[in-house]
Write a protein that binds this ligand. Structure first.
Ligand code: ADP
Ligand code: MG
Length: 327
């Protein structure tokens, strides 16, 4: 997921002493690109540091000092976590339940088994997957204020909401800018100096290097997140093994969808819902979208684009061969 999908449009006419800063950095295992319009100091370094801090302090499963690593190491026992993490976990568990487990934060060991980011990703033995699935299930996490208990052998992985959490945290720092984590989590804050709308590009899942599939206009305060089967995957025997897993089977989700983009008012939610809706498929996703007051764009293998009614006039198709339908 190293694609910068932000379209900032023509260079805006800047307010008198506002300057445009763009920066590319690496944090949270992804490329971070920022476009800031500020009059003050260049905030890029601070943003990068803040994101790395969230990663190493909170979310990382490789860094032994992160809270998630400590929780995982203490599975079977009760661990006290920060207010911040306790708050996220409560919301994450709620979303897991609301999506009927389509979004499940306890896939840790299954994700490690697939090791899709590794040197030589391959299809695991069905028996290995089965053995790990018994420790998967969002109900295996017990929350009591700041006290968290994971069932023995259960492992958390917050990868599906990490960038969204990052977007949410950084959004508190900044004004008048757009923040883009790996092309899959984007936040727009405030207004561009020339008042033109923020536009975010949507990749063509089957032509990620080519022209964008389309663009979505978002307002200041909105978060956008995309989950797709093209972001991390390998091919074997003509089949696409990608990184969005069905918690019920442990295998990648093959339901005809190629990407799901969500727009809503919170970072973790846009990210979590994009994963959940990809797993659920369009029909089952609808009530979940309504519950959270979120808009969505679904793209499928038949080159159909389905757009929720609230987004119809904000989605612009840019590529031939696709058909836009209202969902
Ligand atoms: P991205 O990593 O581009 O933000 P997603 O938001 O879709 O994409 O998150 C996918 C990641 O979430 C996977 O790489 C994996 O770590 C984790 N994951 C995969 N399937 C699920 C699922 N059903 N529920 C929760 N997390 C998942
Ligand atoms: Mg997600």
């Amino acid at each position: 997921a190293v694609l910068c999908g932000t379209l900032t449009g023509a260079v805006p006419v800047l307010a008198k002493d506002a300057e445009k800063y763009t920066n590319t950095d690496f944090a949270m295992d992804t490329v971070v690109s920022e476009t800031l319009y500020t009059t003050g100091d260049d905030l890029n370094t601070e943003i990068g540091n803040k994101l790395r801090e969230i990663e190493s302090g909170l979310l990382s499963w490789t860094d032994e000092d992160s809270q998630i690593s400590k929780l995982n190491a203490a599975a079977g026992e009760t661990t006290e976590v920060s207010d911040e993490l306790a708050g996220y976990l409560a919301k994450i568990e709620q979303l897991a339940g609301d999506s009927d487990g389509a979004f499940d934060p306890t896939l840790g060991k299954v994700i490690r088994l697939w090791n899709i980011d590794g040197e030589d990703p391959h299809v695991p033995e069905a028996s290995e997957l089965d053995a790990l699935l018994k420790d998967v299930g969002y109900q295996k996490v017990t929350l009591d204020g700041n006290k968290v208990t994971l069932a023995k052998d259960t492992t958390l992985d917050l990868g599906a909401v990490g960038k969204g959490i990052g977007c949410g945290v950084i959004s508190e720092f900044l004004k008048d800018q757009i923040l883009n984590l790996g092309g899959s989590s984007v936040f727009a804050y405030g207004q561009k100096p020339d008042d033109s709308p923020w536009k975010v590009a949507v990749s063509d899942p089957r032509d990620t290097e080519g022209e964008y599939l389309g663009a979505i206009t978002i307002e200041g305060g909105e978060f956008l997140s995309t989950s797709g089967d093209y972001e991390k995957y390998f091919m074997e025997d003509g089949k696409r093994y990608h990184h969005i897993l069905d918690p019920k089977t442990g295998y990648p989700v093959w339901n005809g969808l190629t990407s799901v983009t969500i727009i809503c008012d919170q970072g973790y939610l846009a990210d979590g819902l994009s994963t959940a809706c990809f797993v659920l498929g369009m029909d089952a996703a609808k009530p979940l979208l309504e519950k959270y007051d979120a808009e969505a764009v679904f793209v499928d293998e038949g080159k159909n684009v389905y757009v929720t009614s609230g987004l119809m006039d904000k989605f612009e198709l840019m590529k031939d061969g696709y058909i836009v339908n209202e969902l």
